[in-house]
Structures are given as structure tokens and as C-alpha cells.
Design a protein around this ligand. Structure first.
Ligand SMILES: Cc1ncc(COP(=O)(O)O)c(C=O)c1O
Length: 384
């Protein structure tokens, strides 16, 4: 019978989960306490404060939902959108498509604004769709993990706020890796995930909602009843039980957020930008070219085309089996022709990147000169 010891350690450089530092694993293993224990309550308050700082928001209701990133998306749909409401959804990859699907299933009147895979959405197209006064919300994915594209958020909020609609954002892959200031961008609600740039295992969805959203609260969903969660996370008196909080995951998130605070958010963003460009140069030497044009790249995820004639799945499989390194393949139209390489938190560092670059060059049977040139490009990128 297998045990966890049969599952090998991996270097996680795919689309997520990302490498989990020892400090976070240690926090995860800390003795479990009760979800109403006052000592745990003090930690919850600190998690909320650290999350606000990381998301750059002053929203009181900022906390981790007990769900993965998709649960954050579902909570946004179930709590902020009523059936029949017109919602404009930016679709420039798989995750915008998922939101359109979730909203459609919830009975919203979904209006898609689309861009080709590998490009950002056209701001004017989003603005003109959102400007229709019947539009109750505008949703975009800030960091599209399927394409490695970052969607600029500036200039969008006014179009939807003009008629009191909500500006909603998925920041699963961008949070703590790519520059993001939710309050400055006028975002009313956003969800994220723990397994990307925070380097915490998957299982929680950091979530925030401001006053405009709170006036629109829907209570259709029993599990995603935001009011019940507010009564647990932000009660003036005793915290009210709704569901048993995943205590140890919250320990882990606390440690992950402390690491972000110690590094400094802006220094962390700068490190991700440098790591992204360094890895991009190294992979370019090996014939892999980034899809996103300059200025549209998501720092935390490098999506590159695989050179002609290479069986990308076979090479990825060999990297995992023989080198213990995970990278991700393409989704949708990118399937079979793209690699998606995570540049996330602890993974956005020279040592793990060099391991990947060397192993890839060897798997492709490139001459040693190519491997050296790719490593040199990586080093120069880091020195820049
Ligand atoms: C941009 C984006 N949104 C949503 C999700 C869904 O998150 P999860 O897989 O944690 O449910 C992901 C996961 O990769 C993502 O990258």
C-alpha cells in the first residue's frame, strides 16, 4: 500500500502549485487548535491584515475562503451577482472562459469581450461594453495562467462605477508576484489562490470585497455565504461557527504572507520581473519563444512556444521522471505547442531556474555549448 513516502519531492516550476519553502511546511505541521480558540483568532486577525497589505486594499472583508481559487470564483458569482444581471467578462484565455461559464450557469446575462490567446484584452472594447448602463459588473483575469499574459487594470473601473456596477478581478496567479494594487485600480472584489506566488499549498482562496460589493450581497449559496464568513472572521464579539476553518492551512498562509512582508512587496515584484526576463532569455537560446509581446507579459508565468519537431509532452514527462522537475503544457489552443513555466515566489530564483535550463538542454540533446549559452543568458538576466 502506498504511503506519502512513495511520492517523491519535485521542483515545481509549472503553472502551480509552486515550491513550498520549509518554513511554510513547518507552519503547516504546527499542532492543530480549535477554530474558535482565542489564540487562533489573534492569528486570523493578522492573516487578514497581512492579506490586505499584499492585495493593497483597505477592505475590511479580506480573508482566505476555505476553497481553492475556483472556489473564490464561485463565491464571487454566488455572492455578488444576481440571476439575470448583465456581466461583461474579459476572455483572453482559459480562466476568463471559466468565469463566463460559471456566470452563465448562475443565470447571469454574460457578455464576452475576447482577445486572441497570448494577447491582452483591448481596453476600449472592455470600456465600451462596461459603459452600457445595464451592466452590473465587469470581470477580468489579471494574470491569465493559460497564456502568460497580464491584463492592465488601469482605466477600467470608471466605466463600470459610472452606473454603480462592480469591478471584479481574478488575481490567482498575479498576487505577490506581479505588480497589483487593488484599491488604486478601483477593484470592488477579487479572489486569489495560495499555490502560486505565495508558495503555500493549494486549498485557500484569498478573497476581498469592498463596500460597493457588500451592499449587493446575495445569500443563495449556503457554503459561500459571505455574511456568515464575516461573522466568523470579523465578529465584534465571539466568532460565530459556520464551517470548521482549515486551521493548518491558515497557519501556512500566515507564514507565506510573513515571507512576503519580510521581502517587501515591491522588492518581490521586482525579483519576479527579473526572474521572468532571465528565464525568457535562457529559453530563447534553446528555441522557445514567449507568446506574450513585450509589455503584456505576466511576470509570474512564462508561456513559451515549443520548437518545431519536439514532442513536448515526452520531454516534460522525462523532466519529471528523470530530473524531478515539473513544468506545465499548454491548455486549449496552446495544447501540444506550449510550455508554461512558473516564476512564482521561491521558484523565481537563479538556482531552480538553472536546474530547469540545464535539464531542458540535456533532454533536447543540445550540444554542451547551447546549454552553457542558455545558462549564461540566465546569469546575465539576473545580473541586469
Ligand atoms: C488565473 C486562475 N484562476 C483560477 C484558477 C483556479 O484555481 P484552483 O485551481 O486553485 O481552483 C487558476 C488555477 O490555476 C488560475 O490560474
Amino acid at each position: 500500500m502506498p504511503t506519502v513516502d512513495d511520492v517523491p519531492a519535485r521542483l515545481l516550476l509549472g503553472s502551480g502549485p509552486s515550491p513550498v519553502p520549509e518554513r511554510i511546511l513547518t507552519a503547516l505541521a504546527h499542532p492543530t487548535v480549535g477554530h474558535l480558540d482565542p489564540a487562533f483568532g489573534a492569528l486570523q486577525d493578522d492573516v487578514a491584515a497581512l492579506l490586505r497589505a499584499t492585495m493593497r486594499t483597505s477592505n475590511k472583508v479580506t480573508f482566505p475562503l476555505s476553497a481553492t481559487g475556483s472556489g473564490g470564483m464561485q463565491a464571487m458569482v454566488d455572492t455578488l451577482i444576481a440571476p439575470g444581471e448583465r456581466v461583461v467578462v474579459g476572455v483572453h484565455g482559459a480562466f476568463g472562459g471559466r468565469m463566463a461559464d460559471a456566470l452563465g450557469r448562475a443565470g447571469a446575462d454574460v457578455v464576452k469581450v475576447e482577445a486572441e490567446w497570448g494577447r491582452a484584452l483591448d481596453r476600449d472594447a472592455l470600456i465600451s461594453a462596461a459603459a452600457d448602463p445595464s451592466t452590473r459588473a465587469l470581470f477580468v483575469v489579471h494574470g491569465e495562467t493559460s497564456t502568460g499574459v497580464a491584463q492592465p487594470l488601469d482605466g477600467l473601473a470608471d466605466a463600470i462605477h459610472a452606473h454603480d456596477g462592480l469591478f471584479l478581478v481574478d488575481c490567482v496567479t498575479s498576487l505577490a508576484g506581479h505588480p497589483l494594487d487593488l484599491d488604486a485600480a478601483g477593484v470592488d472584489a477579487a479572489f486569489s489562490g495560495t499555490q502560486k506566488c505565495l508558495n503555500v499549498p493549494p486549498g485557500l482562496a484569498p478573497f476581498t470585497v469592498g463596500d460597493r460589493g457588500l451592499t449587493r450581497l446575495q445569500r443563495r449559496s449556503w457554503y459561500f455565504d459571505l455574511q456568515a464568513m464575516v461573522d466568523y472572521w470579523f465578529a465584534d464579539g465571539p466568532r460565530a461557527y459556520h464551517h470548521t476553518a482549515p486551521i493548518n492551512m491558515i497557519y501556512a498562509l500566515h507564514e507565506g504572507l510573513r515571507i512576503v512582508e519580510e521581502e517587501g512587496l515591491e522588492a518581490r515584484w521586482a525579483r519576479h520581473a527579473r526572474a521572468h526576463e532571465a528565464l525568457r532569455s535562457a529559453f530563447s537560446v534553446l528555441g522557445f519563444e514567449r507568446f506574450a509581446p513585450d509589455g503584456e507579459q505576466l511576470h509570474s508565468l512564462l508561456a513559451v512556444s515549443v520548437p518545431e519537431g519536439i514532442d513536448e509532452a515526452a520531454v516534460r514527462g522525462a523532466l519529471l521522471r528523470e530530473d524531478g522537475i515539473e513544468v506545465s503544457g499548454g491548455l486549449g489552443p496552446f495544447a501540444g505547442r506550449a510550455w508554461r513555466i512558473g516564476v512564482m515566489g521561491a521558484g523565481a530564483n537563479p538556482e531552480p531556474q538553472e536546474r530547469l535550463v540545464r535539464a531542458t538542454a540535456q533532454k533536447l540533446s543540445r550540444p554542451p555549448g547551447d546549454e552553457q549559452a542558455a545558462v549564461r543568458a540566465l546569469e546575465e538576466g539576473w545580473a541586469a
